[in-house]
Write a protein that binds this ligand. Structure first.
Ligand SMILES: C[S@@+](CC[C@H](N)C(=O)[O-])C[C@H]1O[C@@H](n2cnc3c(N)ncnc32)[C@H](O)[C@@H]1O
Length: 328
């Protein structure tokens, strides 16, 4: 998405929710699972839901217009895109990420209220078991490929102990263990999240190298991070909280890091001006809506925090990765 220049741009963008909702609803109802390879009629699809032929014909036409399904002779079937990413049995299924938009949709509907200073209920993304499962599976769908790409960048030779703080589905812990055969990782996260992580860790045969440790590192002052670790990885966590809570956490992290060890922060890229790229700025709005105190922090802020807790050297490995190193 680029910034807006004309009325047509603005108009198209403001009705973008229509296309978005059509795909989200179809993913939520797993409509793509009900399209036969040689095509299904709207009536056949409607029969799975007790819905009307009219409603399904209209929505299936819109999905076909969007290109996630195709229409021939009043029969609908998945396009390669829909088959690959939206059919639940596909190994490349990304629908959990699309379905996560349902909770986001609810939160974003409260933007006006938040701006008026009204108190709003935040989604139970992490505390509700079903939401948590969906959220953590979505995180894995989004992050595992990226994790495999960044693992070699981190130069893990000689790194034998790591902490993955708020490690979610263990996407990064798994990728790092696949990259570095001598590495053992402790992953600390909330108990519900660990239930989902355990499946991924076991699927990769890494239960003996990845220890899943239950801990609430933001709210429980007694949460023991263990260590010392050669490397502490903190991915997509610091945007949950404000500076005060993040500095307190990073102090504990620095204490748990070996001399000469590294603290690696992975965050959604946003430049110092806080307006580029657009996704980074919109992600900050998301954190305004789904958390009490969260935000999206530029690398300059993350670097200052790392220096504050004792990292003498800070590097920006990519626009997402900020690395602090303690003196040896
Ligand atoms: C956005 S997810 C990131 C997961 C993973 N690091 C990744 O990048 O894919 C944030 C993670 O932080 C965990 N989390 C949030 N608050 C926490 C807390 N107070 N204590 C421990 N874990 C927490 C959530 O359960 C979730 O796994």
């Amino acid at each position: 998405m680029t910034t807006l220049e004309t009325w047509d741009d603005l108009s198209e963008l403001t009705r973008g929710f229509m296309a978005s909702k059509v795909i989200i609803a179809a993913a939520e109802l797993e409509v793509f699972d009900h399209l036969a390879d040689d095509g299904s009629t709207a009536e056949e699809v409607a029969a799975h839901y007790g819905g009307t032929q009219r409603a399904f014909a209209i929505v299936l036409d819109a999905l076909a217009a969007l290109g996630v399904i195709e229409k021939h002779d009043e029969r609908y079937r998945n396009t390669p895109l829909g088959r690959r990413h939206l059919v639940t049995t596909s190994p490349h299924y990304l629908g959990d990420g699309v379905r996560l938009r349902i909770e986001m949709w609810e939160s974003w509907s409260k933007l006006e209220a938040v701006l008026r200073g009204e108190s709003v209920e935040r989604p139970e993304l992490v505390e509700d078991p079903e939401c948590n499962r969906r959220f953590i599976r979505a995180m894995h769908a989004y992050h595992f490929d990226e994790a495999r790409q960044i693992a070699p960048l981190l130069e893990l030779e000689g790194v034998t102990t790591a902490l993955d703080l708020g490690g979610g589905a263990a996407s990064y812990a798994i990728a790092f263990c696949l990259e570095a055969p001598d590495l053992r990782v402790v992953l600390i996260d909330l108990p519900l999240t660990l239930e989902t992580a355990r499946h991924y860790v076991e699927d990769h045969g890494l239960a003996d190298r990845i220890t899943l440790q239950d801990g609430d590192f933001y709210r429980d002052p007694a949460c023991d991070l263990g260590g010392p670790y050669d490397l502490v990885f903190i991915s997509n966590v610091l945007h949950i909280e404000d500076e005060e809570h993040n500095l307190a956490l990073l102090r504990d992290v620095a204490d748990a890091t070996s001399p000469g060890g590294r603290i690696v922060i992975n965050e959604v890229p946003i430049k110092d001006n806080l307006i580029e790229p657009l996704w980074g700025a919109l992600f900050a709005v998301n954190m305004l809506l789904v958390t009490e105190r969260g935000n999206n922090y530029p690398q300059r802020t993350l670097a200052a925090w790392l220096q504050d807790v004792g990292c003498t050297r800070v590097d920006f490995l990519t626009e997402a990765l900020t690395i602090g190193q303690k003196d040896a």
